[in-house]
Design a binder for this molecule. Sequence first.
Ligand code: ADP
Ligand code: MG
Length: 620
Amino acid sequence: RSSAEKFEFQAEVSRLMDIIINSLYSNKDIFLRELISNASDALDKIRFLALTDKEVLGEGDTAKLEIQIKLDKEKKILSIRDRGIGMTKEDLIKNLGTIAKSGTSAFVEKMQTGGDLNLIGQFGVGFYSVYLVADYVEVISKHNDDKQHVWESKADGSFAISEDTWNEPLGRGTEIRLHLRDEAKEYVEEDKLKDLVKKYSEFINFPIYLWATKEVDVEVPADEDESSESSEEEESSPESTEEEETEDSEEKKPKTKTIKETTTEWELLNDVKAIWLRSPKEVTEEEYTKFYHSLAKDFGDDKPLSWSHFTAEGDVEFKALLFVPPKAPHDLYESYYNSNKSNLKLYVRRVFISDEFDELLPKYLSFLKGLVDSDTLPLNVSREMLQQHSSLKTIKKKLIRKALDMIRKLAEEDPDEYSNKDKTDEEKSAMEEKKGQYAKFWNEFGKSVKLGIIEDATNRNRLAKLLRFESTKSEGKLVSLDEYISRMKSGQKDIFYITGSSKEQLEKSPFLERLTKKNYEVIFFTDPVDEYLMQYLMDYEDKKFQNVSKEGLKLGKDSKLKDLKESFKELTDWWKKALDTENVDSVKISNRLSDTPCVVVTSKYGWSANMEKIMQSQTL
Ligand code: ADP
Ligand code: MG
């Protein structure tokens, strides 16, 4: 078209498209759920705007918040249409090609090292998956603030945009037309599309319709031949009066027959009742898993590690569904300090409001996925005003409590966990399915628990219960503080720990010599964050924490120590003088060593040697 304006794809987007076009062996099915998810997002947006301004919805069909799928078998075109917010010309240019999203290069990188295309939605570039199945794509869109435009591209590095003067007016919304490649013919089969929607898009909160052919029974007048036949029969009928009577009554009815005919009509493919409104008793494990997959755009084979589905009552009423994902996202801690993205979706009375409400969960729980649907929050106010609503504090408090309960239960159901040591073998084998799940949780999200201890003073003790570590007695397993305390030696008052860069390095530390000889258990803290953690975690169940490389280590009473201190006083005084007083506070006789003659100890409130190292390398 001569009036079309041409644009180049941004370089990173172009690379992404090349990868998609050439990924011959990956699962092509995913394009449909990405398009449906975009349609659903667009519908959420217009519905949200309509809360404060009903006019935006328009009238008649335009106001219908639904998704329609249509096929043209002959031309091999598949179209997906929504009546969502639509895109202006400028939106089309920006969203579909000229501005690369933050996830684009991360995704390109992932794909080049054998990543899974399935995760495309998580990186915010799902749209481009259309080129798995199509070699030419048209996006027709009408936004309330602009005329209808067409975006089109053959994925050859450029796209074109024209004002749309030839297609049927959409009213509002977007229609994506995929001109399917020869190898992708299967996507003009109705059954295939029905299967895909069932599999991946079952929990979309707007009706999804397919323009589907259907065989129907139609009553038509019976034709001449047949009626003459029956009249023949009538003539030759036997004399029996009974039979004559029945034939008579039949004859009075109009003569019809039933034939099969194919028609086309909109067929609803999904059940729009939100899963979180159903009673938890009625929702199956499989449904929760599928719902998690679509919510998290995480379409791997893994089940979520755990979930919690509950209704909160009282002053603030809401329903919530929280999930612990099976894996941490690629950038969980990378973006920890500069992003405020929580992964909870907020609904008010079934209307999606936002998924960027950082007031719902504290940062350290941002690894959870899920949603909150509140009946108490007002519907007709702006996001900003909602963000300040007093109910949010109550919601947040309850969500944290439920989330921590859910994680605690994860441990309680795991036969590997210390808390289950008193369970019988039978009880344990009933728990077999959950074996090892807490260790899995800990590997993926342990750092979040530690950040929680640092940041959330109110829940510090609850979080400390979730803490796991290795120790001088752990033998490769994870130990909890409760387990540690249960085997403390009689007379031992403090919980002993040591920090360093690895367990192997710490095992050789002279600080442990005497402690291990005397059979004390010492915790190994080897994550850089542990140094910070231990500045906040002062005690647990009335026991104080003692860093064994710091001043103040007490290993029970030692009557000889006082005498030794006296007799070596001259030496320690000389030594203190000989050393630079800037660097050394004091020189002391102690009973902490057994083979090593002397050791440098950190003062009680000073940085440990490990902390000095961390600060120098800025690992956190
Ligand atoms: P994401 O959905 O994660 O933002 P996509 O690559 O799927 O990433 O889509 C890119 C953008 O294109 C969307 O953010 C949205 O702005 C726009 N978009 C895509 N499909 C539609 C649609 N059906 N209606 C309105 N806007 C859309
Ligand atoms: Mg998308």
